[in-house]
Design a protein around this ligand. Sequence first.
Ligand SMILES: *Cc1c(COP(=O)(O)O)cnc(C)c1O
Length: 455
Amino acid sequence: MIAEHGDWVARDLAHVWHPCTQMREHPDTLPLIPIARGDGAWLIGTDGQRYLDAVSSWWTNIHGHAHPAIAAAIAQQAGQLEHVMLAGFTHAPAIELAERLIDIAPTSADRKPLNRVFYADNGSSAVEVALKLAYHWFVNRGAPERNVFVALENGYHGETLGALSVGDIPLYRKTYAPLLTQAHFTPVPVRTPFATEAEQIAAADAAADALDAYLRDNGAQVCAVIVEPLLQCAGGMLTYHPRWLQRARAACDRHGVLLILDEIATGFGRTGTLFAAEQAGIQPDLMCVSKGLTGGALPLAAVLATEHVYEAFLDDSRERAFLHSHSYTGNPVVCAAALASLKLFEDNDVIGRNKTLAASMQARAQSLRSLDPVADIRPCGMVVAFDLRPGGDWSRSFDPAKRVGLRAYRAALSRGVVLRPLGDVLYWMPPYCVTESELDLLLDVTAHAIREATQ
Ligand SMILES: *Cc1c(COP(=O)(O)O)cnc(C)c1O
């Protein structure tokens, strides 16, 4: 039902404090759009206006909005058991979801599989869990001096203080820097526009050499390396070659350091495979998932660990146990939503069908290459990113005061498409139910938005 109220914006702005927003910009510079419902790849405003959700509502939505199978699973579970604490109790959705996640997690022949699941409520909490687990694992093994985390330059792992400590995006980090724990940032493979595979491999090797050298000299202080595999998301949709991950895995092994893969954004098919790690053929010691885990319906996260990690926490003392807890850990309703989403992957061969969809998305993206400001096009599975630079010159940037990203956002919105640029990087990241004709619209509107934003 379309809401009758015309004053949602005023009522919202009287009390609601929005995420990732300079509230002063609402509503004049930055429109605030009341949404009444969702339908497939579309969001529908209270005024009946439709918007194609080309960014999958911050990575979360993968099968389309208000999916009937997920909605039914939520309703069924809520009517049966809505919640029970997971300490001392358990229930079918938490058990089945753990079994499913272990079943589909990346493996490699050279190590014991991921075999344990710790639940959290959101991506940042999952990162906190993984960081604490990694450090605690070394404490339990008698090496408390290993208290340094290594992360990739330009990486993003969330907004809580631990997650910010391993994040390297100044806009989010700088203000809180005095509160953060020690981390070392290792170079990310240098990106050149329209890079060939040989160029990408050379860049991956150079960056991996730097990690190797750092760990050789400082490895005894390091507990874990944490990275976003293949695609740095909030950092501007930068992609790098799987070779870097293979080399990072080897370097971690050589220096006895744990490897944490943050698959929060890349997981559940976004990079073309169910998990990005598969493309490098590697397995982490700890893996964080969230965002697409419930198909975008409810907040849930999980950290997967190997038996090797788990075993070090078993003892007669409570101190050696991992006492981390959230009140809603493993909530039955959210676990049921995740199970319904994973079933859709299976029933509809989503990963197989996405291959065709990704190819047609990438073909359309190439046609934007002729637009003057498009300086690079980076496809990565079900994502395509476009860098906008003055005259398409990679070495230059638009004056930030020009607000190119914001102008592109507004131009696309006025034509019924949600693009949400990261600075001057535009990207397509639609739900996997997107159709060819919706992709046509997306292409058309993106071309308009680029012209309007950069003229
Ligand atoms: C979004 C994101 C997070 C944080 O997840 P939240 O649910 O927003 O806290 C962590 N890591 C990566 C790679 C992300 O993209």
